[in-house]
Design a protein around this ligand. Structure first.
Ligand code: GN1
Ligand code: MG
Length: 355
């Protein structure tokens, strides 16, 4: 498959890469030092149904960012955004018997983390605000939604209701209390869409999957760029802020089996939001800013809903490592949500005093 893309050099080996829950990724190593390595991915076509739209979005995003960084005279632009490698026939993907593949350049010397230090969180917050800023003037048509209603809480709750009603895997009895608890918070957690309908909260181009392992850092731990651009589309900044806190701001893992480890890391919260407020000073509205802590709640809530829905459906969406994996993920996310609730006032106070 790798040889069907317009890559430089000779392929040495292909090894699995990363911990994504949706697509399958491989690192394609090339023989010579001078030629780059590549990332080959099998796209989850059941989830991303319009591969043309998906790949065209990513091409537009990465080219726009690269052009702007170059115009600003930034150094190392090669490593500050992804580079799409077309297939030998010029298309942005290869379709092989119903399976879709794509390729990007592997960013030299880059690494990912599952957790970050507060110093790194500050720089990441800043860089992340800049990512949104860079995309604020993307020319042409608005980006299409690669997954419609992706971060629409009301839609996710509807999916949970359907899954609970159908109870396809016969697991409802075990999780009924959690389902009820989540349903009980429906109105509170649909605030963003309500404010949007009332014209009080804008949609901007957002990444919609800012979990910390979707960010690349260099050898010295400096932020390089965000990867996994599949869900970059119009959305709320709260999503992106919230997903980072949900992942990097958790002292435990997203699927921690030891729930006593799952706690919000307030130092990471403080430093990330300090950086983010700086990076977004030019465009963030007072409402958006004030709602940032709510974003952390909303994203953690939504992720709980999504893991639980998948558990009830019999594990059809996320890759799992054990039969109860989605249940474990649900409990870990719910535990985190409770701890964010407990820290909400403290978070709000901190955001208020940032200028
Ligand atoms: C998925 O692809 P990955 O693993 O970066 C998911 C996100 C979830 C995340 C939970 C397209 O992200 O929305 O927040 O898992 N992506 C999609 O870890 O559903
Ligand atoms: Mg990922």
């Amino acid at each position: 498959m790798a040889s069907r893309f317009a890559l430089e050099g000779e392929v040495e080996e292909v090894v699995p890469l990363g911990a994504g829950l949706i697509n399958d990724s491989y690192r394609v190593k090339t023989v010579a030092e001078e030629t780059p390595d590549y990332v080959l991915q099998r796209i989850n076509h059941a989830i991303f149904q319009d591969v043309d739209l998906l790949q065209e979005n990513i091409r537009r995003i990465t080219e726009h960012i690269r052009r702007k960084l170059e115009a600003r005279g930034e150094r190392d632009t090669e490593r500050k955004t992804l580079t799409v490698v077309p297939a030998k026939d010029g298309k942005l993907y290869v379709c092989d018997g119903g399976t879709y593949w794509r390729m990007t350049v592997f960013i030299r010397g880059s690494r990912t983390y599952e957790q970050v230090t507060p110093e790194l969180a500050y720089l990441t917050g800043k860089a992340f605000g800049e990512f949104q800023d860079l995309l604020s003037d993307l020319p042409g048509e608005p980006l299409g939604a690669t997954i419609p209603d992706f971060h629409n809480t009301a839609f996710r709750l509807e999916q949970l209701r359907e899954a609970a009603d159908a109870d396809r895997a016969g697991r409802l009895a075990k999780v009924r209390d959690v389902v009820e608890e989540l349903k009980g918070r429906a109105e509170e957690m649909c605030l963003a869409e309500r404010l949007f309908r009332e014209g009080k909260l804008p949609k901007r181009i957002t990444h919609c999957d800012t979990k910390v392992n979707n960010m690349l850092f260099d050898e010295e731990g400096r932020f390089l760029c965000v990867i996994d651009l599949d869900t970059t589309m119009p959305g709320f900044v709260l999503s992106d802020f919230g997903d980072f806190i949900r992942t990097a701001g958790n002292k435990g893992a997203e699927d921690d089996e030891d729930l006593s480890r799952v706690r919000v890391n307030m130092e990471v919260f403080r430093e990330f939001s300090r950086g983010y407020a700086e990076g977004t000073r030019a465009f963030l509205t007072p409402t958006e800013r004030e709602l940032l802590p709510y974003g952390a709640q909303m994203l953690t809530y939504m992720q709980t809903v999504r893991f639980l829905t998948d558990y009830l459906n019999g594990d059809t969406y996320y890759k799992i490592k054990s039969p109860e994996h989605n249940y474990q993920r649900t409990l870990a996310q719910l535990t985190l949500l409770h701890d964010i609730d407990a820290h909400l006032e403290e978070m709000k106070e901190w955001i208020k005093q940032l200028s």
